[in-house]
Write a protein that binds this ligand. Structure first.
Ligand code: ZN
Length: 323
């Protein structure tokens, strides 16, 4: 049985497991990402790998690590934009981990890894092309076309969360303007709602947050919108339209077989699926949209970890075949 060691580094929790090439999780462990103090992500990753390797029966063939950042996967180096794990910025993590544990190690953006998991083990199994849209706190995405992960020349490929969906929209935290993430990520939805309540007397939405704008989060906005509260409804209306626009961009731009909408926000989007698809119909070619398999699948921490396993298996296979 072929196994790999898989690590999904999150902003708060890091999950690791011994995973078979069929995607079955043999053993798994979790640690707080900064359990050993600030700036200790690498120690967390290595101690999880060490304990799993110690308990593994047969020797795992590789290590995959998903990281919430832009990653130079080819060079195995974490990018400078590592806001969730700043101590890893510029670190040649793949080489360091590989040298320490004596087996090949590979790193990539966590949603690229998730796309490989959906493709290898999940909703897009057997498809040739797939796009994963993952609104969570931020907005990640991953693209597989003709059986290859699209990373772009410098690791910025598939950053669809920062594609502009409103060309005269407000400034985004990425430095751009009118980005999808401003309208459809957890952070974007919360910030848009806070801006509305402070500008217009607050209403029921502010009252539901005990009068404190900072207590407004995306789940509350979704819930208040479902109850018909006007400010929350306007924010969620924007979220649905922005998701419709990105579905139009993806369908017309790439025409993938499968699109999976997942991530932490997806659980709130399931009930809005019809509305999101109706918005997409305003932007996408009709026949292209109706022939695309689109699913909204609530985010799953375990699948992210299996994504890191899929990454290791994908790299071992593609690097072997390109030799
Ligand atoms: Zn942006």
């Amino acid at each position: 049985m072929t196994t790999v060691l898989a690590v999904d580094v999150g902003g708060t929790t890091t999950a690791a497991g011994l995973v078979t090439d069929a995607g079955d999780v043999v053993t798994e462990r979790q640690l707080g990402t900064h359990a050993k103090g600030p700036g200790t992500v690498r120690e967390t990753i290595e101690s999880l790998i060490e304990s799993l390797q110690r308990d593994a029966g047969a020797r795992p063939v590789g290590i995959g690590i998903g990281i919430p950042a832009v990653v130079d996967a080819e060079g195995g180096i974490v990018g400078e934009e590592a806001h969730n794990v700043p101590e890893l910025a510029g670190v040649p993590l793949a080489r360091l981990v590989s040298e320490r544990f004596g087996i090949p190690a590979f790193i990539d953006n966590d949603v690229n890894a998730l796309a490989l998991a959906e493709w290898r083990f999940g909703a897009a199994k057997g498809a040739r092309s797939l796009v994963v849209l993952a609104p969570g706190t931020g907005f990640g995405s991953g693209i597989v076309v003709d059986g290859r992960l699209i990373r772009g020349a410098h690791g910025f490929g598939a950053e669809l969360g920062h594609v502009p969906v409103k060309f005269d929209g407000p400034a985004c935290w990425c430095g751009g303007r009118g980005c999808l993430a401003l309208y459809a990520s957890g952070r974007g939805i919360a910030e848009a709602a806070r801006a509305r309540v402070t500008g217009a007397g607050g209403g029921a939405l502010l009252a539901a947050a005990s009068g404190e704008p900072m207590r407004i989060d995306a789940p509350l906005v979704f819930q208040m919108a479902a109850d018909g509260e006007p400010m929350a409804s306007a924010v969620i209306d924007d979220a649905c339209r922005a998701l419709g626009a990105i579905l139009g961009i993806v369908v017309n731009g790439l025409n993938p077989e499968v699109i999976v909408v997942t991530g932490g926000v997806a659980v709130s989007l399931v009930a809005l699926e019809k509305r999101v698809l109706a918005c997409a119909a305003q932007y996408a070619f009709k026949r292209a949209l109706t022939t695309t398999k689109i699913g909204i699948v609530p985010g799953d921490k375990r699948l992210s970890m299996r994504g890191a396993a899929a990454l290791a298996l994908y790299e071992l296979e593609t690097r072997r075949s390109s030799r």
